[in-house]
Design a protein around this ligand. Sequence first.
Ligand code: OGA
Ligand code: MN
Length: 298
Amino acid sequence: MSIAIYPVTPNFTAEIGDIDLRQPLADEVFEEIRQAFWKYAVLVFPGQDLTLDQHLAFSARFGPVENERTLDPKATPTRYGGAFADISNLDAQGKIWGESSRQRMYKLGNKLWHTDSSFKRLPSLCSLLYSRSIAPIGGHTYFADQRAAYDALPDEMKQKLQGLVAEHCIAHSRQRNGFSEFNEDEKKRLPPVPQMLVRTLPQNGRKSLFVASHAGRVFGMPDAEGRALIDSLIAHATQPQFTYVHRWRSNELIMWDNRCTLHRGGDYDDLRWVRDMQRVTISDVANSCEQEGVAVAA
Ligand code: OGA
Ligand code: MN
């Protein structure tokens, strides 16, 4: 073992030390990180001083990098395009965003419990978020372990969820916060997609809930009933015993498994303090229904 692993809880979230992510890592070292990642689902790498290229190079070892941003860059320009999601409160010129800017209204959705890109047919394996500068107070990120949440469900609920498929759409989570100004280009690129409510992680066979504020209804159920089921599962999965709150340091990289964790951004005074972060998102190998062998319409 060449890296240092410091668990935050026995099975969820670990800090990783004795590693320099600026360098290309030897295969054995990378494998140690992968194994820790399957076990803990959230990894924190403090004290890394990364350029954009170094952040991208490390991230790309986990799989294909998502290259398309959700918002139309013409309607909402940000500092980065392509591989990087700008997770800051800065506009394209690097100034604190306007109170009623489209970027700010859209990002309100990050305050809801979600998992990145479950609204894409090919969802995400993991996200890697890097902090350049942080707010002096507030701006924490909350994580919830959906594997532990699944394990704790009563058997009858596990039976009920077996094989159920939910519809995920970015419009669902944004509607919850009152953002509905998607343009035609965005609507066309982001149609609703099916995802399993429960999935199995191939690396260790663990089962996990797969819900998010992007999920709007459950196939085969009246809309209101499906929505109520999703809301109750999110409420269950985000109880304190399944969650970890991260207080950021600057120059820190955090990666989380989008297949089996939820996260949300906490409040801070975003019109006063700069909070500058960038995210790379890695695609999963297939849609969650395909991975479970459940047939869904194209
Ligand atoms: C994200 C996200 C929350 C935060 O980067 O995907 O939801 O605390 N971030 O910035
Ligand atoms: Mn997110």
